[in-house]
Design a protein around this ligand. Sequence first.
Ligand code: SF4
Length: 492
Amino acid sequence: MTDNTPKMPVILIGNNFKYEIEATLKLFFNTARFSFGSSRGEAAGDEYIIAETDGNRLSAEVKLRGRAPVKREAEVCAGQDREHELCRLLFHILSGETGIAPPWGLMTGIRPVKKVVELIREDLSKDEIFRILTEKYEAAPKKLQLAYDTAVNQLPIIDRIDSTAASLYVSIPFCPTRCSYCSFVSHSMASAMKLMPEYVDALCRELEILGNIVKETDTKIDTIYFGGGTPTSLSARELRTIMEAVEKNFDLAGIREYSVEAGRPDTITEEKLRVIKELGAERISVNPQTLNDDVLKVIGRQHSGEDAIKAFELARKVGFRNINTDLIAGLPTESAESFRNTLDRMIELDPESITVHTLTLKRSATLFSSGSENSSNPAAEMVDYSIPALMSHGYLPYYMYRQKNTVDNLENVGYAKKGFESYYNIFIMDETQTILGAGCAASTKLLYENNRIERIHNYKFPYEYIRSFDKLMEKKEEVRECLKKIKYLKLK
Ligand code: SF4
């Protein structure tokens, strides 16, 4: 299939700052495509962008929608970051021309919370941190406040990370059907059903191999996380088989957290919840995303808001005392009022943590290709409502991440009541602990000295994972070497 979407010419003269400039442009053009060139002659038509450097002189020129071009120039001193300053010129022109004020300013490609944590560790005061980040990135004060609060809440947990231990991620990349906004590697149960026995078998073999390496290297397992997809897409029997393989091959006695992302309410049954509980997981997620039935229909979910509430109550009845619920701000057709109703109802249900994501559209999502992206999405209003609403009910922000192509460049934030923060979610963001990934589409993140990270990616598709299992397991030798080094660190 050819992509006939017109591309906006972006001309780089005297520099090759393509990556950073494209990231800046994406703050204003959510799903636009760019064609990069280096000759001024390519800047023709109704729309173009020129980003030029000549020694320490920088200039940016933007023409949009056939209007007169707007140009800005600046001169940088030795030692100033030319790439960043050129992006700043573009940022100012584009803010004026589009009327868009990206909430995180020029913070692209960096993690705001990680940055704040670094500055707190340098013993800087809150005022100094705000001043530095405002000057450099021009982020909105309310976003800096959110990043600061998140950093403060997560710091005591980061300080307790055991870098000589490892966490285990078990991937179940199946869902009953695919949600229209989905950008993950997930496979519908209908197409994967035939492969399921072989998949479960391969996954259990991988757990055994990893378990042996962990035992040989005397590595402590810190947290376990079953994610997906939707792990509860599996039958109770399949779930039991996999969780028993975890129990058999890993020492669960010393783990700090065991989570299963139950996920979609339409897959949650009492039998599955009892299996999860019996086999040691104490934290689960029930993820309605919204309680509005019309919106659930639009995104391709086969359950109602009431089903989500019933699944939550069932989990309580089975005895779960640590439940997370995921919501998404900015779902297609959802109004700000409907989101507020969902959030208020979730707060009434009183889960231990609530994660507020913002809709992200990736090229693989059905919504993206059908072009039904909301042009006036009230996601920002929803997010603005969620922060004080959650904080005033004792839910504190403790982890945050941002993704590309998120509506209005907003963020995803995990809020939890004190003592119910998920270690695993922080470890994944902080990247200071080795994560062993098992299953199709899982990644292993090996942490070496000086925070160097090596990644091993398992195959994305179940049939590849099953067919090339032995070849994949050869790569696990690297896990052994890394864990030996971790042990060495422990002995130092
Ligand atoms: S439940 Fe999550 S992983 Fe599964 S299809 Fe929907 S968005 Fe994708």
